[in-house]
Write a protein that binds this ligand. Sequence first.
Ligand code: SAH
Ligand code: SF4
Length: 373
Amino acid sequence: MVNLLDFDLDTLTARCEQLGEKRFRAVQLFRWIHQRGVSDFAQMSDLARSLRERLPSLARVAAPPVASEQASDDGTTKWLFDVGGGNAVETVYIPEPDRGTLCVSSQAGCAVGCRFCATGHQGFSRNLTTAEIVGQLWFAEHELRRRLGPAAGERAIDNVVMMGMGEPLQNYGALLPALRVMLDDHGYGLSRRRVTVSTSGVVPMIDRLREDCPVALAVSLHASDDALRDQLVPLNRKYPLNELLEACVRYLEAAPRDFITFEYCMLDGVNDTLEQARALVRLVRDRVACKLNLIPFNPFADSGLRRSPPERVAAFAGVLQDAGIVTTVRRTRGDDIAAACGQLAGEVRDRTRVSQRIARGTITVVPAAPARR
Ligand code: SAH
Ligand code: SF4
């Protein structure tokens, strides 16, 4: 029994053809599922009756079950999806005046193990399937439409960010069809600029994404030198800053936006000095067209880290802005329900001991490299 949320339109078409069905049947089916949110084949009134009757024994349409829902005072909603085997992942809906954003998870846990991230501290259990990734959007979109009742044809979610639990580019095989479903005009019809993959820097997969499905790219930088980034984002030891920035330059050739978003989590006394801001300017300016998004650290239990004070964040942003780099400070949303960046933890059966490795590590702050002219 296959889950139709696992298929992009090309794959669904191929499957329909295998069943001896015409190609346009796949389009009809796909639209019922993703545009109308229907999972009961009997309701798909324009499908040939013979197909409607065959489908229940061959296929189903199912998102992972919702284990819980929490709503924040600011309107942010967080769902916990049970993905079986003691694992659960989180999805966050963030309403804004001009748009609705869904923050989607790609893995149960994460193997990268960043020091400042609650998901990283949990370790890694497994990759989500395409159906589990798409299922988060399918459920949220149609549930929100039922609740908010937007005018017919209007969607509730027009912006998807792959910034939930997990490193999307370490689950590329499932991510790619999911992105295609999001972009497909018969699916969610999101524009490439409004689907963002955020990565800690899996260089070869940045190149693959550029070729296969260039959507907006956010890269989690967090440090302006390799010594510090090695400690904050362990993946940096494999793909250091120079290689990462080169991959960003290559990505821009195909990107739907003419900049890369660099995310930078502001950690008190670790990466937030003015000298580090100047080093960041030297690193990226004249090299990668970019915008900087500063994220004040969102604390979680046992992180051993503190958020940079607002004055320091402002001063750091000032150095970047004075250098001509467009810089924004991300407003914290949903932190009262632990739905803010880096607070998503769900439930993860760590099978990799990532969490133990992180717990042992301490951060040694090395002064940023002196200016070279
Ligand atoms: N794995 C991907 C996407 C998920 S994390 C990545 O790392 O890019 C989404 C963003 O939240 C990343 O920029 C990440 O560095 C940031 N983040 C993680 N933990 C955080 C925390 N505790 N406070 C603030 N931002 C955090
Ligand atoms: Fe994984 Fe991203 Fe968290 Fe790092 S910040 S541990 S890559 S989810």
